[in-house]
Design a protein around this ligand. Structure first.
Ligand code: ANZ
Length: 811
């Protein structure tokens, strides 16, 4: 027989599947829909091994669900706006659109060679005007509803990419994309009111997300329940935010962030030089450096004092960079006995320490020597209005009520989350559909003028300044209110806008009346969304937010776009490091496909590691799956080869097949892909043995080949299809039902059965519950206790009552 040659069969099947529209999704009310979605790639030029890793296993699972009778929607597109296209354009002096669309073309070909069941009729790129038109439509709707607004403020600026960044795009003080330290600039920018949804975004009850993702989003939103307390200072009243108003009696000084606007007014002449030098030095540090707990606390006294609102004592006002201007009110009441940072600071600068909350039964705090602040629960020990009340984070509401009666504090909830700054000073994005009229101010571009298209004939400047700024012809327009001359906004939208709602677009990718056809709403939510953990905050938070906006506009009834989310791990280079061109440890999937074929690469990527963990690439490891598929091929197509006889019984074969099937189904359900491949390999071994056993050629053997063929289909679709067809399958294996588990055959529990010879009990045998009559009798005859009584006699009748008794009648 022919040897397994993936290169002969894989392109053939890929073409045929496509020509026959095998994977085109059609709505079918008789089936349950399943929307499986993998995060769409950026069209950087090539699919790398990470894309394969992220896509192959979800594809196998989508195929499995389809065989199980679900109507599976499995689309793909391209997240096509963004800086790399623009940078490439500047380098090579070619339009970003040309670069982007040629990359999309190439990567679509690569996806096809991956042999996925993607429905390509739904493909789109977010840089298509037919797509970004709806970004603009959403923008104008939000603008009318007051959900987007423009405001001046300190923003993050990347000097390399020459654009502002959202807070979410600043990682450790540097640009998420290029790693350049981010500067602060005062600019007028567009924001989206994500903070209106902060509380709702903390509620995950309608979306099943991994704990880690929920935690990251929760921390990002950073809800703090506490109070505001106002202190009188020489520069006017100063309000602080505190989560521990119960410790107010222990507040022995105030601390202002170096950028706090009251700092100059509070600085006395004698302290002026020192304060100025300190503020300047702080400006050179990033927020992260400033918040790190390591290192000595630094700070400087302003020379002024505030009045404690309860005790009336004068307490010093300091400036220190561990207080951030961007959080709360930019100032704190410092409580050294309750907060470690404040204690370290007080110790260093010799400031007063007053015990506040004492745990039950404990000795009073020795404020002269204490080095550890007490942040837990207890009793408030200070003389005054809070004396004897319970203190600690869980007990602040009674304290706030008490302090509110005295007009000292009021309840306040603070969030770390800021509104989403989503304007970018770059070219390759969705133009913001706003025009500025000298008479009527900022006006949304009317619907019938959308899309506002990006101009195509533009000059790119090497400084990276947006060509939109230079294109006077494009900028000049008319006011939708008065028709007089007006100018277009030259900013473009953050690309995270594009990915915030793209999952809806796949439902009706060519709709030119709506962002998506409302009659397809029943196809949402995405039942399983898969992608990298790097999107835990940005993309996922924004898309959850967007769905809530759409819900409040009546465009969906859903609270969440994703019913469930799962993250895959990362495939590292053989050196255990992240793959990168500069390290030279990159594995190219195209090379692997050329050498081994797609099915082998697919199987290896599922086998290499637990999918959610990932791990280093082992170059020799791929030989395992390659050999496996050759054995599978030989199993079906080679003649029965002579060799040592094996003893796989029909019952054992059926047990192996059905228990394996049951295990693989469970593993698909749990997304445990590596164990699926392991089970299939193990089952192959049993089948190879069975081929040289008495079970060969029996009904159990035929059943095994049929079931195993279907089990292969989701994982290695090409070889499975070839086997299926050569075995006479008329329709594709990929439209066959997933086999049913025969529960009885899948359980190995054995029974002990008594054996009678001519009515007298002579012994007992242990056999499988699923054993056939033939197998049960064979076991009985082989039992030495029984054999003695039948030796040399003629067996006239043999009866097996399954699971109960065997009777052999002899003469
Ligand atoms: C007094 C106090 C006593 C505090 C105590 C804590 C413990 P979270 O939970 O993160 O919201 N804080 C407030 N604004 C700040 C700023 N701009 N920069 C740095 N720290 C700031 O933290 C809230 C607590 O962090 C607030 O409660 C405040 O210190 C500090 F035993 O006030 B606390």
């Amino acid at each position: 027989a022919e040897r397994y040659n993936p290169h002969a069969i894989e392109p053939k099947w890929q073409e045929r599947w496509e020509a026959e529209g095998l994977y085109t999704f059609h709505e079918d009310p008789s089936k349950t829909k399943f929307y499986a979605l993998t995060m769409f790639p950026y069209p950087s030029g090539n699919l790398h091994i990470g894309h394969w890793y992220a896509n192959v296993a979800p594809d196998a699972r989508a195929r499995w669900l389809r065989m199980r009778g679900y109507n599976v929607l499995f689309p793909m597109g391209f997240d096509a706006f963004g800086l790399p296209a623009e940078n490439a354009a500047i380098r090579n002096n070619l339009n970003p659109a040309v670069w982007t669309y040629s990359n999309i073309e190439h990567m679509t070909g690569q996806f096809r060679r991956m042999g996925t069941m993607i429905d390509w009729s739904r493909k789109f790129a977010t840089c298509d005007p037919e797509y970004y038109r709806w970004n603009q439509w959403f923008f104008t709707e939000f603008f009318r509803r007051g959900m987007v607004y423009k405001k001046d403020g300190l923003v993050n600026w990347c000097p390399k990419d020459q654009t502002v960044l959202a807070n979410e795009q600043v990682v450790d003080g540097a640009c998420e994309r290029c790693g350049t330290p981010v500067e602060r600039r005062n600019l007028s920018q567009w924001y989206m009111k994500i903070t209106d949804y902060a509380d709702e975004l903390l509620d995950f009850s309608d979306t099943d997300m991994p704990e880690r993702v929920r935690l990251m989003q929760t921390n990002w939103i950073g809800k703090s329940v506490g109070a505001e307390i106002t202190f009188d200072t020489p520069a006017g009243p100063e309000t602080v935010f505190t989560t521990r108003p119960d410790t107010v009696m222990g507040a022995t000084f105030l601390v202002l962030a170096p950028e706090h606007p009251k700092v100059p007014a509070l600085t006395t002449e004698g302290q002026a030089d020192e304060v100025r030098a300190y503020v300047e030095a702080a400006g050179r540090k990033t927020d992260v450096e400033r918040q790190q707990d390591v290192g000595e606390k630094t700070g400087v006294f302003t020379g002024s004092y505030a009045t404690h609102p309860v005790s009336g004592h004068q307490i010093p006002i300091w400036v220190a960079d561990y207080v951030l201007v961007t959080y709360g009110t930019g100032s704190i009441m410092a409580v050294p006995s309750g907060d470690q940072r404040d204690l370290d600071f007080a110790r260093k600068f010799g400031l007063e320490i007053i015990e506040t909350v004492r745990p039950g039964g404990a000795e009073p705090m020795d404020v002269a020597t204490v080095t550890e602040a007490y942040a837990g629960d207890g009793i408030i020990v200070n003389e005054g209005p809070l004396h004897g009340m319970r203190g600690g984070k869980a007990h602040i509401s009674a304290v706030i009520d008490r302090l509110a009666e005295l007009d000292v504090a009021q309840a306040k909830t603070t969030y770390r989350l800021r509104d989403w700054l989503f304007a970018r000073q770059r070219y390759w994005g969705t133009p913001i559909p706003i025009v500025y009229c000298p008479e009527h101010g900022a006006q949304a571009v009317p619907d019938d003028q959308l899309p506002v298209r990006l101009p195509e004939n533009v000059e790119f400047t090497p400084t990276g300044q947006s060509p939109l700024k230079l294109d006077r012809e494009w900028i000049a327009t008319t006011c939708p209110v008065c028709g007089g001359p007006a100018e277009r906004d030259t900013d473009t939208m953050d690309t995270f806008v594009d990915s915030s709602w793209y999952m809806y677009r796949y439902l009706s990718p060519h709709d030119d009346q709506h962002p998506y056809d409302p009659s397809k709403a029943n196809l949402m939510p995405v039942d399983l969304y898969t992608g990298g953990i790097e999107h835990a905050i940005l993309h996922l938070l924004y898309s959850r937010f967007w769905t809530k906006l759409m819900r409040d506009m009546g465009l969906t009834t859903l609270n969440e776009p994703f019913k469930a989310l799962r993250n895959q791990g990362i495939i590292l280079g053989p050196d255990g490091e992240k793959m990168s061109k500069s390290r030279g440890n990159v594995v190219d999937p195209d090379d692997l496909v050329r050498e081994y074929g797609t099915d082998t690469v697919r199987a290896y990527l599922m086998f290499i590691a637990p999918w959610e963990l990932g791990g280093p690439w082992d170059p020799s490891g791929i030989n395992g799956p390659a050999k496996w598929l050759s054995r599978v091929w030989a199993l079906y197509f080679d003649e029965k080869v002579p060799g040592p006889e094996e003893k796989v019984t029909e019952a054992e074969l059926r047990y192996a097949v059905h228990s394996g099937l049951k295990k693989v189904s469970g593993d698909f359900d749990r997304l445990s892909f590596n164990t699926i491949i392991a089970s299939l390999m193990e089952l192959t071994n049993t089948l190879v043995k069975a081929k040289r056993s008495p079970s060969y050629g029996t009904p159990a053997w035929d059943e095994a080949l049929d079931i195993f063929n279907r089990m292969l289909a989701p994982v290695v679709p090409h070889i499975a299809e070839e086997i299926w067809t050569q075995r006479g399958g008329a329709e594709s294996v990929h439209v066959q039902p997933w086999p049913e588990v025969d529960e009885a055959a899948a359980t190995r529990d054995t029974v002990t059965v008594g054996v009678q010879v001519s009515g007298k009990v002579r012994g007992e045998v242990e056999i499988s519950r699923a054993a056939s009559q033939e197998e049960a009798l064979a076991a009985a005859r082989a039992n030495p206790d029984v054999a003695r009584f039948i030796e040399g006699k003629t067996r006239v009748k043999e009866i097996y009552v399954p699971g109960r008794i065997i009777n052999i009648v002899v003469k």
